[in-house]
Design a protein around this ligand. Sequence first.
Ligand code: UD1
Ligand code: UDP
Length: 363
Amino acid sequence: MKKILTIIGARPQFIKSVLISRALEEESLSCCLKEITVNTGQHYDANMAGVFFSELNIKQPDYDLSLGGVSALSQISAMTKLLEEIFDKERPDLAIVYGDTNSTLAGAISAVKSKVRLAHVEAGLRSFDKSMPEEVNRILTDHITSIFFCPTKIAVENLKKENIINGVYFTGDIMFELVMKSLNIAREKSGIMRSLGLQPKEYFLATVHRESNTDTRKNIDSIISSFGDLNKKVIFPIHPRAKKMLQMFGLIKKLENMDNVKVIEPVGYLDMILLENNAAKILTDSGGVQKEAYFLKVPCVTLRENTEWVETLEGGWNVLTGADSEKIVQSAGLSREMPPQKNYYGDGDTSSRIAQILKKEIC
Ligand code: UD1
Ligand code: UDP
């Protein structure tokens, strides 16, 4: 029996793991392979975690570490301590980590120190901005990974520039595959458009959670002020981090008093992709939401100075405004014919490609 230990813990990781876990289960029929899952609990509210397990049929984790809501270092050290025990007990043949969060880094360090080969899904992404905690997590993780699953060719190039060549696979983007497989299901099952009284293309959709935006009063104030100045309704599923900081800065009332802004709790995946698909534009600092905007051909305004998803900038499908309210309002208001897109994110078969490579590597 070959064992794979998967470490997830934050909202985007639950989403990214769905199809790969399913594909591994299919591969397990022809090769004696078992996936064991650890949820670090970095995200823990029902609408940041549990909702994805139920609506996307993610199998319940074998281990729940419940390590959310503390500082990065406390979190990483507590995670590695518990993960060491799990690695000792399970003796897996390989570990998988996803993306660029604290759970990614903790999982990566724990695997390598337990002498277990590490696979990284979403390897090779770079924003070239080390002030972002995620950029540091990505670089550190990639430099101790053995098997690299790159969503784009630029990610492969980024690794090459850091002398990482062996074990690198271009697999396409796992979130692209999931959106393509889920949009019709969302159209069928989600009642979010009706419940919010929305008409397609008559609103903007916004999300904000980056530390550089939420934890600086000036930036979060500038971002929400721009929302209030937009000429369309803004649907704003608020990330708990943004909510906490807006409350702390005394800005939550200002936001709630804006006539055109509808603040809602974070929504499930199917509701979210339907809201994205029907939005006139998306304003976000999320990595995943920027990509989904591109996949769904919805123009995006990215509330950051840089992006690791540089392909989305081509043809103006995505524009970078940082937290500058003038630039945000101007970019959101711009309306023009959009050029055709290129296919940068693979053929929608990323999960089976990854599962087959993993099977070849360990079975
Ligand atoms: C984390 C990731 C980020 C990712 C994002 C996805 C790191 C360094 N950051 O950022 O890369 O884009 O998740 O959403 O790992 N909180 C709750 N309930 C929850 C989750 C969070 O109240 O379910 C609040 C807590 O006060 C917590 C704060 O949000 O301290 C920040 O959470 P944390 O997981 O540390 O970072 P995110 O900003 O969510
Ligand atoms: N998402 C969601 N509900 C929300 C906001 C986002 O399901 O209220 C999904 C979104 O569709 C995408 C993923 O969460 O698939 C992106 O995660 P997030 O923005 O938290 O993190 P990032 O991608 O920036 O790491």
